[in-house]
Design a protein around this ligand. Structure first.
Ligand code: BGC
Length: 718
């Protein structure tokens, strides 16, 4: 419907307030039309000339929304059916998993977190939204803000790490980036906080598994990012698959209604995850999907993703009185409100070939490169083997990842421009000084056991001055349904690395992965190690700039890297053992400390921290305590440092973690210069803890403040 036509009904009149349009439309809908709005169907392609195809069967004029796989003609074709064949002409919404970029691919979210720059995250989400909306996605199923302490869980790659505070900051940045100032724009899209909640606590890191989480831990570790995302204005929330303490989240009234609606005042729709209503049967909570629908709708679900239970059974439950008409209306209101806010009633179709401007594309490319560079973490650099010295004349580039353009894009990138990815080899060749030779050998594959390539790789290493060995995980080894029992490099890659180290040539290990990797056997043998995660389209140029020293690495780990998979779970914000952190209770066969702790990351320069200066030694509720630390770049090159401010409450009526991140700031510091980092501690925000009911408790007493290896104490008075 075009705005210039006279509206027949109030809901068609764009000049009316959204609430009134919603009520008008709602009053005209039949029960089945309402039920269909709750249905999210899926479409992988659409051929209007073949309405009998399997896809076409899943398309109905009154369905509310679709999980959709980015194809403008398909979207417009499906939309035409909604607009022209439904009685009321209610447009459908099209949601997609745009997780770390749409066409231009940014580093995976876990990598983005390691850049510790929320503004870069905001801008990358904003860019992704512009590309996605113009190609037919109104609704993005991101950000994924599940905290996890288990790197065996493949979805660790999709989130922002193990600090609830850090994830909360990035959640807010992502929401602001995707949604901008208004949803009614071809540069923004509605976003979805997912997967609500505690999905990252899946037992043993096995995806979709049971989660047993105490109420205190739920409030302390898993709920805060969602609260932050709701405050930031996220349009929608997706419930998680997991059975939480015996009640699957999809049917959990406490979480979906008492917490989300009553406590936090969330107004948008909550959709299930993929077939979660059907999965209530596997979880032993419902006898069939119809039964599951009743539980989930009454718990507070608004949209049924692909179980088709709402379309098939909602009317039945309303007629039997087991689901109230008011409950249904409430869901429909939320869905319609989102549609009006997105402007799809006025603009149901998407223009074909509505590309972003070349200037915006260039900005995006620069951003993708910045984010890739800043998210890479230098783990080891013995004898300053990096950056590669100008004396180096012969470089051996070895490993299954060296020419790859696809694995480095990570999971959830079905619209990514694979051909445009800059491989590591390409990046290095472009940056290589004219008198330096670069020769390549694959050595082995990612995950088979063939060692045929070892001899040639070892020979090449012998004839070279330095070896750059590019190893890691395939894209399909992290993301959904990709749990692994071990964090070791797959296949024979570790063996190849050890064989190359035997040559005595310095080996620089470049690791691409969607999770921390177990490096205990390699660490002593490698001269340098760089975690590049899965950096996206600009992989090769970012790696080259770091290896050749045009860019000083500044990434810091947003997750703990264990020495061995047997140490899992191991995280910075765990609790102290009953006998302290000495030998008592520690592993007897391995160190209990991690290989690399949260916040770890080297630079080509060095930073020193002054003692922390506190303005006062006490603070009262409602007050503020300013803390400062001066950081000096004591090396010869400019670099960026991230100050991580941790708080520890050593004695509390509910015991508290060893330390918790409460504030961070990254800043560039020129060689020889100093920078003052500040943290204004606010007791109610930074010194409280949650009990199992979610109440924030502030207890007077001593607190510890830590930053850059320094520690001071202060007290909170009554
Ligand atoms: C995933 C979600 C995703 C949905 C739609 C599910 O399997 O868990 O993260 O948004 O599919 O693709």
């Amino acid at each position: 419907m075009s705005q210039s036509k006279v509206a027949a009904h109030k809901y068609q009149d764009a000049t009316q307030p959204i609430e009134e349009r919603v009520e008008d439309l709602l009053s005209r809908m039949t029960l089945q039309e309402k039920a269909d709005q709750l249905c999210q169907s899926w479409v992988t392609d659409f051929n209007p000339n073949n309405p009998q195809s399997a896809n076409a069967q899943r398309i109905q004029p009154t369905y509310g929304s679709y999980v959709y796989f980015i194809d403008v003609p398909a979207r417009n074709g499906v939309q035409k059916i909604a607009m022209e064949q439904s009685r009321l002409g209610i447009p459908a919404l099209f949601g997609s998993d745009v997780i770390h970029g749409c066409f231009l691919t940014f580093p995976i979210p876990l990598a983005q977190a390691c850049a510790w720059d929320p503004e870069l995250v905001r801008r990358s989400c904003s860019f992704a939204a512009s590309e996605a909306r113009r190609s037919g996605t109104d609704w993005i199923f991101s950000p994924m803000i599940d905290v996890t302490f288990d790197p065996r869980w493949g979805r660790i790659s999709e989130g922002y790490g193990e600090s609830p505070y850090g994830v909360s900051v990035f959640a807010e940045a992502a929401v602001k980036g995707y949604q901008g100032e208004t949803l009614d724009s071809s540069d923004t899209a509605a976003c979805t906080l997912k997967h609500f909640v505690a999905y990252g606590a899946s037992e043993g890191g096995r995806d979709y598994s049971y989660t047993d989480v105490s109420p205190v831990r739920l409030w302390e570790m898993y709920l805060p990012p969602y609260e932050a995302g709701v405050k930031a204005g996220a349009a929608a929330i997706m419930s998680s698959f997991n059975d939480l303490n015996g009640v699957p989240v999809t049917a959990n009234h406490y979480l979906l209604t008492e917490v989300l609606r009553d406590l936090w005042g969330f107004k948008g729709p909550v959709l299930t995850d993929w077939d979660s209503i059907g999965q209530l049967v596997h979880q032993g909570f419902a006898t069939d999907a119809r039964d599951g629908l009743k539980f989930s709708i009454n718990a507070g679900i608004d949209i049924d993703m692909v179980t088709y239970a709402a379309t098939n059974h909602l009317a039945h439950w309303v007629q039997t009185g087991e689901v109230s008409q008011e409950r249904v209306d409430e869901s429909v209101r939320r869905i319609l409100h989102l549609k009006f806010a997105l402007g799809v009633f006025e603009h149901p179709y998407v223009k074909e070939n509505d590309k972003i401007s070349p200037e915006r594309r260039n900005e995006g490319e620069k951003l993708a490169e910045d984010l890739a560079e800043q998210s890479m973490v230098l783990l080891k650099n013995a004898d300053n083997v990096l950056p590669i010295s100008p004396q180096t004349k012969r470089i051996a580039l070895i490993g299954p990842l060296l020419a790859d353009k696809s694995e480095v894009l990570g999971s959830w990138r079905y619209a990514a421009e694979v051909a445009q990815t800059i491989s590591i080899e390409q990046g290095l060749r472009e940056a290589l000084p004219a008198n330096v030779s670069l020769k390549t050998e694959c050595g082995c594959d990612f995950d088979d056991d063939k060692r045929d390539g070892f001899a040639a790789a070892v020979e090449l290493a012998r004839q070279s001055d330095v070896v750059i060995l590019c190893v890691g995980e395939k894209a399909t080894m992290s993301g959904e349904n990709t749990s692994r029992s071990s964090l070791r490099l797959p296949g024979v890659q570790e063996e190849l690395a050890l064989a190359l180290a035997e040559t005595g040539k310095p080996v620089v290990l470049v690791i691409s992965s969607g999770r921390p990797v177990e490096l205990q056997r390699l660490e002593p043998k490698m001269q340098a190690m760089l975690s590049i995660w899965q950096p996206g389209t600009k992989t090769g140029s970012a790696v080259a700039r770091i290896l050749f020293g045009q860019c000083n690495p500044s990434g810091r780990l947003a997750v703990t890297w264990p020495r061995s998979s047997g140490q899992i779970p191991l995280f910075h914000n765990m609790h102290l053992r009953a006998r302290g952190d000495g030998d008592q209770g520690a592993y007897k066969d391995i160190s209990t400390t991690p290989q690399y702790e949260f916040g770890y990351g080297l630079s080509y320069t060095t930073f020193t921290y002054s003692p922390i200066v506190l303005k006062f030694t006490t603070v009262k509720p409602g007050g503020e305590l300013m803390a400062e630390v001066t950081v000096t770049n004591t090396g010869k090159v400019a670099g960026s440092e991230t100050a991580f401010w941790f708080i520890n409450d050593p004695v509390a009526s509910i015991t508290q973690p060893i330390k918790q991140l409460k504030h961070f700031e990254k800043a560039a510091i020129p060689a020889g210069a100093s920078r003052v980092f500040k943290f204004a501690i606010k007791p109610e925000r930074d010194l409280t803890f949650r009990n199992g009911q979610g109440d924030s408790i502030l207890e007077p007493g001593i607190f510890n403040l830590m930053v850059g290896g320094q520690k001071v104490s202060f007290s909170v008075e009554k």
